[in-house]
Design a protein around this ligand. Sequence first.
Ligand code: ZN
Length: 199
Amino acid sequence: MEYFSGHISELIEQLASLPGIGSKTAQRLAFYIISMPVDKVERLSKALVETRKNVHYCKTCCTLTDADECPICSSPKRDHSTIMIVETDRDLAAYEKTGKYEGVYHVLHGAISPMLGIGPDDIKLRELMQRLQSDEVKEVIVATNSSLEGETTAMYISKLIKPTGIKVTRIASGVPVGGDLENIDEVTLLRALEGRVQL
Ligand code: ZN
């Protein structure tokens, strides 16, 4: 027997489809939303739709942004000759939080994983190689995770870039194996960056 009416069930189902939200949390959120003033719910739903519609990849570094180019790529204060390659926007945010990295980024949106059938064409590598054709780039820092997929991706990138003569470095292995960059504290991230080695 269905406990809830159609609208309530649908809302719970939609919320439960989000990562990290189980059916209990989905129910709690659904009933909270039902208790909210209508104008607040409208603002929430508008924020969801507008963000989804207006956010796209930065034309240079592929991070998510509202504009053509993200604030980091369009900043003259950043060092555009150093590109740090990260797997996700969250990894970029982790390095930005340290406040010590002055270069720019390239977000791959994933890592190569033969097991999951994710190949080089499924991540933003073509965009990276296009970017490297400008002679402005002097160093590429590979900051993919130290998981099997992250290491595979780092090796692949290193082989891809070497013929261009651009210096390729890898962040130090102070980052725990299998560790997601976003969960690592800032000191460890900085140490990993400072201790990077040439590939
Ligand atoms: Zn950008």
